[in-house]
Design a protein around this ligand. Structure first.
Ligand code: AMP
Length: 249
């Protein structure tokens, strides 16, 4: 089984992002960038399938600015075999990413594509579903457990109020949820080894896909500041404030 894992370079999840003064987006200049956390989970799952002897090759692909090669190297240090970087001038929308991934799928013919359930920068949660739609492949989104049974994939999905289990014929699309696994840290020797793994770079434009933006960002704003709390002297005072000030009881 060959597995393709798309990984996105995003602002590190520990960084508190700030909205640009003109409200057109968030500041990314000079900020620490990392692999999207859900994509780390997707890479980990693919590498585990390889370690179990189920997968034969794990290929990682990233679409974005040339620096995304660092993200691919991280994925290779975790155990992916090789990387593909599709360079673009700006960050493409999910539909454009899905169309580009469809082209990569046509070239690489993987049996399984494991994406993150969402990229934490734009929170779109759309690319995996769109790719499944474009390819006409079955999809198991929000996966929290993955097993291969009789040549099919059994996927436990996180849904409101519980877990749903679906059985998918290959080739298929999976999107990884938080509970699927705990990604490993890349060891120093593996980081060194990853530098020698193959990394192919090409311009996204060379794939002949229309990746023009369809969305216009109208404005980006900081969430409203939370008001400072107060300390009440007694339960009676708390009840009085909840009833007469907050009017919630
Ligand atoms: P999104 O639909 O933008 O929330 O992203 C969902 C998933 O699609 C991510 O977790 C990645 O696996 C993949 N993805 C989105 N954008 C990119 C990109 N520019 N390069 C590689 N993979 C991406």
């Amino acid at each position: 089984m060959k597995i393709l894992v798309p990984v996105k370079r995003v602002v590190d999840y520990n960084i508190r992002v700030r909205v640009k003064a003109d409200g057109t987006g968030v500041e990314t200049n000079g900020l620490k960038m990392s692999m999207n956390p859900f994509d780390e989970i997707a890479v980990e799952e693919a590498v585990r399938l390889k370690e179990k002897g189920i997968a034969t090759e794990v290929v990682v692909v990233s679409i974005g600015e040339p620096k995304a090669q660092d993200t691919l190297r991280t994925a290779m240090a975790m155990g992916a075999d090789r990387g593909i970087l599709l360079t673009t001038d700006n960050s493409p929308e999910p539909l454009a990413v899905a169309k580009l991934l469809k082209e990569i799928v046509a070239r690489e013919t993987p049996d399984l594509v494991i994406l993150g359930k969402q990229a934490i920068d734009d929170d779109m949660n759309a690319t995996g579903q769109m790719l499944a739609g474009l390819l006409g492949w079955p999809q198991g989104t929000f996966a929290s457990k993955l097993e291969q049974i009789d040549g099919r994939l059994q996927v436990s999905r996180e849904i409101d109020g519980g877990t749903e289990t679906v059985s998918l014929a290959l080739p298929a699309i999976i999107t990884a949820d938080l509970r699927l696994n705990e990604p490993r840290y890349a060891s120093l020797p593996n980081i060194m080894k990853a530098k020698k793994k193959p990394l192919e770079t090409m311009e996204a434009a060379s794939l002949g896909v229309d990746i023009a933006p369809r969305l216009t960002v109208v404005s980006v704003a900081e969430p409203a500041e939370r008001k400072a709390g107060i300390t009440v002297g007694s339960v009676a005072e708390l009840v009085e404030k909840l009833r007469n000030e907050a009017k919630v009881i």
